[in-house]
Design a protein around this ligand. Structure first.
Ligand code: GLN
Length: 530
């Protein structure tokens, strides 16, 4: 175990959505490129215990960790930038924190003491930093604080990081504040006042940051010494510790922009570990910027087409596969509630992502049916496997086949709820979650795509394929090509006669990396570009 882990705390100011998470992950990527072992965690002020019951339209994708936690999409950024598998404890919401507190209090763990915000809640927050650093055996542990400084509901996290240096030494803590510097077009100048105010809010807690990241509305890295100087003067940081960050065309440019913007000086004062080797990032950005000869159209048959963050890992996985294959990607959002054959005809391949609830499901079944009958490339993810099974069963003669999730008629529940899962539909953390292995059929297309007969993928579902109906499902053109090791659960199916019709009960998107496309997405893009 490392005796001296260093900690970086990233806070945000002025407005949310300026890319604090991406900046935190980029700092992590740079440190990793220096050969350091880096881990990350998020502290989020909201009171939900996890993201499992949150509406994805409001909150974006629910990201599932390998150990089965339902978390925020930020953890997806961390994994894509660091290529380190996060755990459920890589995120602490206020809800989870308070729940632990109250459970401990009820269990009598405080020995009669009055339980207080300080030191108990803040102490627990600090304990999560130390435990995470220990779990990952990290040289550097990065903590992103959700929300913006000054939000009432995040103050226990800010107080916790303010106190933390007294535990591990100020020299082992780096405070980074990410804020927004707007451009005022009428007077044609950048305005630092909102950033100054947010830095003052931070100072009120007793934190003077070691690095200020100013997000600006410019399209490339610029030198704006007057902005840096002003922020430095008003905020008590060194001028070379003000990093100016432009808008990026792709989030994967941010690590390189951060280096160009001057992040190394303050970082290297904190931890000296040689130059970062950014070749992998340069290679990735080059492939992103390469002019493709060809563009493939992938139809995403989905419900929340007004908040595409709901499918963030899916769209990132598609992009990674397109970059790998050197093709352009045109993601066509097809509203599942209105989807028709005309929409399916216009795309080169179709992806049906995961989903819950009956709304739009018939459009997804129609998409699967179209692909099965017309040999159109199809990738079905979780619900997208279930809709493929429903479509096949109907083609195979079982009229009205459906999932129990959508009121399947008696004797036609080709997708059903397993014993032990019944009655838990609206409770949190009760699905089949996280990594599970599957055994693929030797010689199946899917085994060939993976290049292996044993795979592990992350899951998040309650319903299963009902193997009682295998005859009809097979007759409809689907073959099972992967089962759970005990043979009880269908994990993968493929179109028997199709060139590329694959579906999985799992969520392979969570294992895709920008520089390492997932085989199933790679296969879809390859098939669609033929
Ligand atoms: N609603 C389906 C189930 O619970 C599919 C879940 C999903 O797509 N993630 O099994």
């Amino acid at each position: 175990m490392k005796t001296k882990t260093k900690y970086i705390f990233v806070t945000g100011g002025v407005i949310s959505g300026v890319g604090k998470g991406i900046m935190a992950a980029s700092i992590g990527a740079i440190l990793k490129a220096k050969g350091l072992k880096v881990s990350m965690q998020k502290c989020d002020p909201y009171f939900n215990v996890d993201a499992g019951l949150l509406n994805p339209r409001e909150h974006g994708e629910c990201y599932v960790t390998h150990d089965g936690a339902e978390t925020d999409l930020d953890l997806g950024h961390y994994e894509r930038f660091l290529d380190v598998e996060m755990t459920g404890d890589s995120i602490w919401t206020s809800g989870k924190l308070y729940k632990r507190m109250i459970d401990d209090e009820r269990a009598g763990k405080f020995g009669g003491k009055t339980v207080q915000l300080v030191p108990h809640v803040t102490g627990l927050v600090q304990q999560t930093f130390i435990e995470n650093a220990k779990h990952f055996d990290s040289d550097v542990h990065i903590v992103e604080i959700g929300g913006t400084v000054g939000d009432l509901e995040g103050s226990h996290f800010i107080e916790a990081i303010r106190e933390f240096p007294s535990k591990v030494g100020r020299e082992n803590c780096l405070f980074v504040h990410v804020c927004y510097v707007p451009w005022l077009s009428t007077s044609e100048e950048f305005k630092t006042k909102p950033a100054q105010n947010s830095l003052r809010d931070l100072r009120e807690f007793g934190i003077i940051p070691d690095m200020v990241v100013a997000r600006m509305d410019v399209d490339k890295v610029i030198k704006a010494p007057h902005v840096a100087k002003k922020l430095a003067t008003f905020c008590g940081v060194a001028e070379d510790a003000v990093v100016l960050m432009p808008d990026a065309k792709s989030v994967y440019e941010v690590p390189l922009n951060a280096v160009k913007g001057g992040v190394l000086a303050p970082l290297e004062r904190f931890i000296d570990h040689g130059d970062p080797d950014m070749t992998e990032w340069e290679k990735l950005v080059k492939s992103i910027e390469a002019k493709p000869k060809k563009t493939v159209k992938i139809g995403l048959v989905a419900k929340y087409i007004d908040n595409t963050d709901t499918y963030l890992s899916v769209t990132e996985a598609l992009k990674a596969a397109a970059w790998k294959n050197g093709v352009g990607l045109d993601t066509v959002w097809i509203n599942a509630e209105e989807a028709s054959v005309r929409d399916f005809e216009q795309v080169d391949g179709i992806l049906v992502p995961g989903g819950f609830g009956v709304r739009g499901v018939e459009g997804k079944v129609a998409a699967a049916e179209y692909c099965l009958k017309n040999n159109k490339p199809y990738l079905g993810i979780c619900l997208g496997l279930q809709t493929a099974v429903i479509a096949a069963a109907r083609i195979g003669g079982l009229d009205g086949a459906n999932s129990e999730e959508f009121d399947a008629p008696e004797g036609k529940n080709v997708v059903y709820i397993m014993e032990g899962q019944k009655g838990k539909e609206s409770t949190g953390g009760t699905m089949r979650l996280g990594d599970y292995p599957a055994k693929l059929t030797k010689g199946s297309k899917i085994a060939e795509i993976y290049g292996s007969e044993k795979v592990v993928e992350r899951h998040r579902h309650r319903y299963e394929v009902n193997q009682k109906f295998m005859k009809q499902i097979n007759a409809g053109g689907l073959t099972v090509s992967g089962l759970s090791p005990d043979g009880k659960l269908v994990e993968f199916v493929e179109g028997t006669e199709c060139d590329y019709f694959v579906a999985t009960q799992a969520h392979p998107e969570f294992r895709s990396r920008p520089y390492r496309a997932h085989p199933l997405f790679d296969g879809l893009i390859k098939a669609a570009s033929k």
